[in-house]
Design a protein around this ligand. Structure first.
Ligand SMILES: C[S@@+](CC[C@H](N)C(=O)[O-])C[C@H]1O[C@@H](n2cnc3c(N)ncnc32)[C@H](O)[C@@H]1O
Length: 264
């Protein structure tokens, strides 16, 4: 049966950050601990160690309560802005930043990133480096023309967003608009990395079910070319981990790297 579009009121009421972590990222039992996490970390390690992306500021859109995808970026950016629509997610991020006893434990993922970087002994330093870089946790609504309204942020060198655009877009037109909204946050020539899934209609957070937009690779590429970007790379990976289909029904994983048109 089709999952009805999940409204913002439902997110506010039903999205529990700890349940989300337990469902997807908790060591050994999270549905994303293997394939998804490795896909994201390897792609981001490749990009951020290449020297291709430079600057001071990176914004993460729809961070949720997570930081796994920022651990490579903090080697490049001294100023990382995390953001989410939900206060409960922003609060959980702040707990990690101030090392609250109730914070989520990202140490296993931090270790994986250090291993990729050939710095296996430096896990604690890596976490501290990200804490120093992640200076702000902001409210964001990517459906708004200015997602950070009423704030007007200085334009960023890079944007990143994981597993977010498909869950907040009600339809393909909406997805196109969101991609345009994000463009306004970037400097000309700035980079955007979108990592997410295709062929997904729902995902679970504990017992609660949330909708996801079915969108094709062609439609995503069109959203970016029509939204004022040049596509640098679109990487697709077939899903191999099938035992967790009842938690989320996506088919493929993708990683899109694009640049805002115009001279940097
Ligand atoms: C599936 S979670 C992804 C979280 C995290 N980025 C990750 O990779 O695990 C989707 C996130 O999008 C956020 N979200 C939903 N609607 C949003 C909106 N309109 N603007 C910004 N974020 C939104 C949710 O609060 C949630 O944290």
């Amino acid at each position: 049966m089709e999952t009805p579009f999940t409204k913002q009121e439902t997110y506010i009421r039903d999205f529990d950050p700890k349940e989300y972590f337990d469902t997807y990222y908790a060591p050994r039992k999270g549905a994303f601990v293997g394939e998804w996490t490795l896909f994201v970390l390897k792609n981001l390690h490749e990009l951020f160690s290449s020297g291709e992306v430079k600057g001071d500021t990176m914004i993460d859109i729809g961070s949720g309560p997570t930081i796994y995808h920022l651990l490579s970026a903090c080697e490049v950016f001294e100023n990382i802005i995390t953001s989410d629509f939900l206060e409960q997610n922003r609060e959980q991020l702040k707990k990690w930043l101030r090392k609250d006893p109730d914070m989520l434990d990202w140490s296993k993922v931090a270790q994986m990133v250090c291993d990729l970087e050939g710095n296996s002994e430096k896990r604690a330093e890596k976490e501290e480096k990200l804490r120093r870089a992640a200076k702000r946790v902001l409210k964001c609504d990517a459906l708004k023309t200015n997602p950070f309204e009423p704030l007007v942020l200085p334009k960023a060198d890079c944007l990143i967003s994981c597993l977010c655009l498909e869950v907040l877009s009600k339809d393909v037109d909406n997805f196109f608009n969101v991609v345009k909204n994000l463009n306004t946050l970037l400097k000309p020539g700035g980079h955007i990395m979108i990592m997410s899934v295709l062929g997904s209609t729902f995902y679970h957070v504990g017992e609660k079910k949330f909708s996801s937009l079915m969108i094709t690779k062609d439609e995503i590429e069109r959203a970016f070319t029509e939204g004022g970007y040049e596509i640098v790379k679109f990487k697709l990976k077939r899903r191999e981990e099938m035992s967790t289909m009842h938690i989320g029904d996506n088919e493929d994983l993708y990683c899109l790297h694009a640049r805002k048109l115009g001279k940097s």
